[in-house]
Every structure is written in structure tokens, then in C-alpha cells.
Design a binder for this molecule. Structure first.
Ligand SMILES: [Zn+2]
Length: 262
């Protein structure tokens, strides 16, 4: 399910395929994915214009035409993008198709309709409205800022990492990896972690996300020391070879190693 590294990959995909081409037609195949906008508004806002650039904040991808509104894509649990010639039938579960004048199209595909497609007049206002914390990889999001945003939180560390209001971009799978790399058990509560422990979590968070992006979020390419490669029944810890444990934390399935994570 798309988290920060996956959405960064989608961003690179759009950059490599879909910029500077006039959008000839926007076809909404399923209006259930539209968030706060009518089908007609999406069409009239984007047709006959081109996307000139992209940006990302957490798990949101912004496509920037020359002037607002921006197109905002969120990928929910199963979303992705598919670019091809218009004569190629878009994948099953395509919800919106952006057809370009040059004969190619970008399909927004989402099997479970938890993703969404929106318009935003202003990027900063959108981020505030959605109560998103800083992007987890923002250069200005230094350790002190991370510690500051966690202070006063009474929840477990894993739930705090996944809370998009603390910081944006980390979800269930990468939170597990970050805590595994930091050697911290996911059940530990934020107030019980001292500065040294929080620093380990912060550094692991930055390193894991950057490593994932470098490998284009392709799990099979991740280092062998990564837990992500072993997320399965009977998975074993890449460090000590003991069986990984699972638990329900913050409503999501956590994987961790009780020997390597304290
Ligand atoms: Zn272990």
C-alpha cells in the first residue's frame, strides 16, 4: 500500500511521462474517488491545460498546471498510475483517465476506492486543511522538530509514526521497518523513550525512506538486513534468525523481532 517511497516513485513516473502535454480530455469512470469536487469541475479545470511540474507531501502527489487549481492524488491502499498510448485499454479498476492531445493517457487506478482525486487552489492551504505534519523527508524536518512534534504524545511509538499529523508519509509497513532498524519495540510508549532512543528512531526513519526511494520502493531490491523482505507468515528476523512476532497496534498488523527490538 502506497507510502512515501511509493508516492515518490509515482512522482518520478509522472515527471518522466506526463508533463508539458495538453490534457485533451478528462474521463471520470467512477466519481466515487472524487473528493470534494464534481466530475464537471475536474474536467473544466484541467482540460486544455498541461501539467508543468509535480510535488509530493507525505502520501499526497500534486500535479501542477501553469496556474491553480492543482490536481491532488492520494493512492489509498491500492492506487497506482499507468501511462500508455490511448489505444491501449486502461487497467482494470481505472477510475480517472487523463488523455493527452499527443495520443497518450495517464490512468489513475485504484481497486479499493480509498484513494482520492481532488483539486486544490493552494498547496499550503490543502496541507493545513488536511492537518498534515511536515513531510518526513523535508530537509527542515530535523531531529529537534521531530522530537518537538512527539512531545506530549501518550501513544505507542508506532502509532505516533503513522499519525500523519505528527509527520506525513510513514504508514504501517515503513513504521515497522523504521522501528526494526532503530531496535525499538513498536509497543513502547512515546513518553518512555529518552532522547537517545528518539534519535535512533529519527535517524532510522530518514535512512529507511531514502534507501527505499533509491531502490524505487521495490522491496525485493532492499538490503538483506531489512525486515520488509520478511513480512510473511513464519518470516524470520534478518538479524538473529528468530521467528518474527506479529501484533495488532493502532488497528494495523505489526511485524517485529522481540529479540532485536527493545
Ligand atoms: Zn532479531
Amino acid at each position: 500500500m502506497p507510502e512515501l517511497p511509493d508516492v515518490e516513485r509515482f512522482k518520478m513516473y509522472v515527471d518522466a511521462t506526463s508533463l508539458h502535454q495538453t490534457v485533451a480530455r478528462v474521463e471520470v469512470r467512477d466519481a466515487a474517488v472524487l473528493s470534494g469536487i464534481a466530475r464537471e469541475a475536474l474536467r473544466s479545470s484541467l482540460e486544455n491545460r498541461a501539467f508543468e511540474g509535480t510535488s509530493r507531501h507525505g502520501k499526497f502527489l500534486f500535479l501542477h498546471p501553469e496556474f491553480p487549481p492543482l490536481l491532488v492524488l492520494h493512492f489509498g491502499m491500492t492506487g497506482y498510475l499507468d501511462y500508455a498510448r490511448c489505444d491501449r485499454e486502461p487497467p482494470k479498476h481505472t477510475r480517472v483517465v487523463f488523455e493527452f492531445a499527443k495520443g497518450y493517457r495517464l490512468a489513475y487506478v485504484c481497486q479499493r476506492k480509498l484513494g482520492n482525486v481532488a483539486l486544490a487552489d493552494d498547496r499550503k492551504a490543502f496541507i493545513e486543511q488536511h492537518r498534515l505534519g511536515p513531510d518526513a523527508l523535508d530537509e527542515q524536518f530535523v531531529f529537534d522538530a521531530f522530537a518537538e512534534r512527539l512531545s506530549g504524545r501518550r501513544t505507542g511509538i508506532k502509532s505516533a509514526l503513522m499519525d500523519q499529523a505528527v509527520m506525513a508519509g510513514v504508514g504501517n509497513i515503513y513504521a515497522d521497518e523504521v522501528l526494526y532498524q532503530a531496535g525499538i519495540a513498536p509497543q513502547r510508549r512515546v513518553p518512555d523513550l529518552d532522547e537517545a532512543a528518539l534519535r535512533k528512531v529519527y535517524q532510522a526513519m530518514r535512512r529507511v525512506l531514502k534507501t527505499a526511494i533509491r531502490h524505487k520502493a521495490e522491496v525485493s531490491q532492499f538490503p538483506r538486513t531489512y525486515l520488509l523482505r520478511r513480512r510473511e507468515a513464519d518470516g524470520r528476523c534478518p538479524g538473529c534468525d528468530n521467528e518474527l512476532k506479529t501484533a495488532r497496534i493502532g488497528g494495523r498488523g505489526a511485524y517485529f523481532c522481540p529479540h532485536c527490538q527493545r
